[in-house]
Design a protein around this ligand. Structure first.
Ligand SMILES: C[S@@+](CC[C@H](N)C(=O)[O-])C[C@H]1O[C@@H](n2cnc3c(N)ncnc32)[C@H](O)[C@@H]1O
Length: 275
């Protein structure tokens, strides 16, 4: 069933208001085939009826929960943009060593998908020998998509999540069985997953305060207004002087924010004022 432009606009506006996500151009063609089965399942005759269902039906929250799964692009893999992990271990954490004698290092992976980013952070901290130096950490990781979070907690991955990871590194951190890779239990240390909508006005309230936030390849799917709202939420839960790391096609340059860009070892990082 084809969607008229008028119905598409109604739905797209609703998705934007609820989740911050925009579906223009090629992103519309990604979404349309994902929505069609929902109409069949709910026995609805048109997209206008679906729109009304999402607004008024007693089961609308359950359907919006289904949409969290359908609307999101969850592409991710282990050790993505590894230079930022190196930066964490070689520059950001060493600068905090004195404080970390008396408190844990706190990191957030915002838009963590199925957990590859959070676990890559833990492996990096472990490989840097921080446990031996008595450093503890808490790595919080949140996402909108509950199905991805279930995968994250289970920590069993297919080869696609490990593309680009050398065989000896795989063997060190995963147990392989029937083409599936189970993360070794020691790499789950200090990781906590939770469901959150980053454009919710309450996002970031009572979280942290974090020393470092990774929010990579998430903002590219947002409108300008949602982008700004998420940056404000992340600024709220970042400690003064804390660092925000974005994906390679995301930038705060030319935006009014609480952050100052810095280039460390060739990587751009954003530092919150206050220290
Ligand atoms: C492309 S993945 C990026 C995963 C990881 N950060 C990385 O760089 O590999 C984007 C993630 O952002 C999540 N996301 C999208 N909108 C969100 C929102 N409003 N609140 C929280 N997470 C959201 C999606 O569910 C998806 O898992």
């Amino acid at each position: 069933m084809a969607i008229s432009d008028a119905d598409w606009k109604l739905l797209a506006d609703l998705f934007h208001t609820r989740f911050g996500l925009v579906f223009e151009g090629i992103r519309r063609s990604f979404l349309e085939p994902r929505l069609a089965p929902r109409l069949r399942e709910l026995r609805l005759a048109s997209y206008r009826e679906y729109y009304h269902y999402l607004l008024f039906h007693p089961q609308r929250e359950a359907e919006l929960g289904q949409l969290k799964v359908l609307l999101t692009n969850n592409e991710t893999y282990f050790f993505r943009e590894e230079h930022q992990l190196t930066l964490l271990a070689q520059h950001l954490v060493p600068a905090l060593m004195r404080e970390l004698e008396t408190r844990p290092l706190r990191i957030l992976s915002a838009g963590c998908s199925s957990g590859e980013e959070a676990y890559s952070i833990v492996i990096t901290l472990q490989n840097a020998g921080l446990e031996l130096r008595g450093v503890n950490w808490q790595v919080d990781a949140c996402d909108l998509n509950p199905r991805r979070l279930a995968t994250a907690r289970e920590a069993v991955y297919d080869a696609n999540s490990l593309r680009g990871v050398a065989p000896d590194v795989r063997a060190r951190h995963f147990d392989e069985h029937d083409g599936k890779f189970t993360l070794k239990a020691r790499h789950k240390k200090g990781v906590r997953f939770f469901e959150a909508n980053l454009v919710d006005p309450a996002a970031g309230v009572g979280w942290g305060p974090y020393d470092v936030i990774f929010c990579r390849n998430v903002l590219i799917y947002f409108s300008d207004a949602s982008f700004d709202a998420v940056i404000s939420a992340l600024a709220r839960c970042l400690a003064p002087g804390g660092y925000l790391l974005l994906g390679h096609s995301e930038s705060l340059i030319d935006r009014r924010t609480d952050f100052t860009p810095a280039c460390i070892d060739g990587s751009i990082v954003y530092r919150k004022a206050g220290r």
